[in-house]
Design a protein around this ligand. Sequence first.
Ligand code: PLP
Length: 480
Amino acid sequence: MIIDIGDLTLTKQGHTKQEKLFNAIRNKIVSGLWKSSAKLPSTRELATRLAIGRNTVVATYEQLVAEGYIKSQVGSGFYVAVNLPEQFYVGENIKPDQNGFPVNETMKRGFAPGVPDLEEFPVKRWSKLVHQHGQRRSYLGYSNIQGLSSLRNAIANYISSSRSVYCSPDQVIITHGAQQAISTALLATASYGGEVAFEDPGYTSVRSVIELFNMKNTPVKIDKDSGWNLTSLTDSEAKAVYVTPSNQYPLGMTMPVTQRLELVEWASGKNSFIIEDDYDSEFQFAHQPYPSLQGLAHEYGYSDNVIYIGSLSKIMFNSIRLGYMVVPSSLITKCCQIKQAMGGELATTYQLALTQFLTEGHLQRHIRKMRRLYQEKHQMIINSLNYHFGADIKVISQPAGLHVTIIWEKDIAESTWSEHAKNHMITLKPLSEYESYPTQRSWKGAILGFGNAELENIDENIADLARLFYRLDANSSASS
Ligand SMILES: Cc1ncc(COP(=O)(O)O)c(C=O)c1O
């Protein structure tokens, strides 16, 4: 397929024409408008249509190639190399199961980030609850925009006991996944076009929202060795800072208490907000999880500056599309108005089923079971990486969550290895995809999700990755 330039225009984001064009094309790709394998317009054509220099287009294409968004085919042109946002990083082999339903066979090969073990979820118990509550006629009409009060109660109890979040059920808003909570929090605090601070590298879907809402993105740089660098906040007028303090996404470190307090102090001093995304903190393998930042802020009297966000995607399954946010009283009405505007209420049947799943302790039991399984998978992936790569690959993420972050120093581009892995039906997410403002690094990195990988397949898949890695290494040594 050949891409029609269509409505492509330079974005406001970026200083130079090259940055603006880069962002415009990247937006088209990450939003799925320009599909994988589609052919980009030639540099000459694009330069003419946008009335910019051809050198600018060439340099932009080169940067997009370097970051793995597009690939160049000698003598043929440039093609989109990125598929869909990571939650859709699943395989393509659809075969029917014994009931005739299509199943995604290759999904289990790994290593898609952010996908929990879908095989282990108690679907029978869950579907029984959904079926049971789906028959309650009194719930077939419209309901509460904030979410059912029974569910808000159950969530408030769950997060106060498991994550030390301090809140009343009135502050809980049930959302369409954590994603809607994030968009709502950003809009409620910074408004369209406002300034927000965001982790760099950070969760790509947040960056998409920031770009979509035309917000100014002040980066909070994350260093693989020293963690969060909060200095950019000092002079910023950001109305909110988005952070993943329990398990930085994607580098996988925990924010120390001193920095949590620094953030709280900054937010209260600037009358700004901390958006705490606590997406997978249930899965800590080395120690007890740290309590939430929101809870800590409350101890110091500043929880009014924190919006806490949680998701059911990792502890249950992705397609449940339920998440929640705990908002200070001052923002409840605004957040509900935004939620109303962005789709209104959520399906009542699922909310009722989830309430019962929580209040009867099924969720907590499932989490305990999965924590043990993920710990085993984590150990397996660490052992396999050690065995197949030795010192050539280092794992930098803490033992937690559903992915490991690896780095290497050999001259193998992130996007090249990832592209080869994809041809072998293995997902290896290049670290560059998480960067808003790419910097020169002496090392390269990638993410391997192990949540939905089958324990027995992990070693074989890592062995495949190692074969590709050393083949690429041999090719690059031969050509240099
Ligand atoms: C850091 C982070 N936050 C939030 C989410 C999204 O959660 P949800 O599926 O509830 O929208 C993800 C999903 O992968 C994530 O990685």
